[in-house]
Design a protein around this ligand. Structure first.
Ligand code: OAD
Length: 233
């Protein structure tokens, strides 16, 4: 069996990372236009660096939870059965990797990487970023930024992602509100391709009516139970 899994902030919530649109979510405290757009970075790079420096520091203090670990078990289990898991995440954290997943596609980039907006240099990065730092590639200061996808920028790997969705036997969305495109459109692409769809979330998402199967509860409980069923059945 080939399974395409799309994860969102809900899968990392129980690891201590805030979601975006829940009652105490990130976008209730910050305006995304200030901290997650190229225009916001031009206007106030110090604020943007502060925002991501705090998130990076939080991430380095978090651990993967049972949902991340179960998805790693699913990857290995499907492979042993001759199948395949394609794990695509909107999350910029590295908790899937730390939970044991071998192949993770980060369509919104990675918080633990930096890149230079001027010369294109990019590499793993775990320290704070600031406007004073010189780029290791072009030696110019003021252009380093986290290698994350901001609103108005194109998510990465989209051609491959659409292809993999249409080739899957099952499309599963875990812990995402379904409010940000193109990720939110993948379930419709799956349906049009004749792929069965399943939603795992704390509560029905904006896309809930588009899913054939729905399982509601915390990711750390529902995902391991679902994985056990898939591999056992
Ligand atoms: P959201 O904050 O929009 O949605 C998180 C979803 O997870 C909600 O539907 C919650 O009900 C659910 N949830 C919360 N806790 C959960 C738990 N313990 N178990 C299961 N589900 C839980 O986050 P995303 O959908 O990931 O993009 O947001 C998508 C994109 O919007 C992000 O990648 C980010 C953001 O703006 C950019 O910054 C470009």
């Amino acid at each position: 069996m080939r399974i395409f899994v799309l994860t969102g902030a809900g899968v990392s919530a129980e690891s201590g990372l805030s979601t975006f649109r829940d009652a105490s979510g990130v976008w209730t405290k910050y305006d995304f236009r200030d901290v997650a757009t190229p225009e916001g970075f031009k206007r106030n790079p110090v604020l943007v660096h502060e925002f991501y420096n705090t998130r990076r520091a939080n991430l380095l203090n978090c651990e993967p939870n049972a949902a991340h670990r179960a998805l790693a078990v699913l990857e290995a289990g499907l492979k042993a059965q001759g199948g395949r898991l394609y794990l695509c995440t909107q999350n910029v954290d590295d908790l899937h990797e730390r939970g044991g997943s071998q192949h993770v596609v980060h369509m919104h980039g990675e918080l633990l990487r930096a890149c230079c907006a001027r010369c294109g240099w990019a590499a793993p990065w775990r320290e704070d970023l600031s406007t004073d730092l010189a780029c290791p590639g072009c030696a110019r200061a003021g252009h380093l930024r986290p290698e994350v996808v901001w609103f108005g920028e194109e998510p990465t790997h989209m051609d491959q992602i659409f292809h993999e969705v249409s080739e899957a036997d099952l499309f599963v969305s875990i812990g995402t509100s379904g409010s940000v495109y193109p990720a939110a459109g993948l379930v419709e692409h799956a349906r049009r391709s004749g792929v069965r769809t399943c939603e795992i979330n704390l509560e029905p998402s904006e896309n809930a009516r588009r899913f054939d199967e729905k399982r509601y509860g915390t990711a750390s409980e529902v995902v391991p139970a679902w994985v056990a069923e898939v591999l056992g059945g």
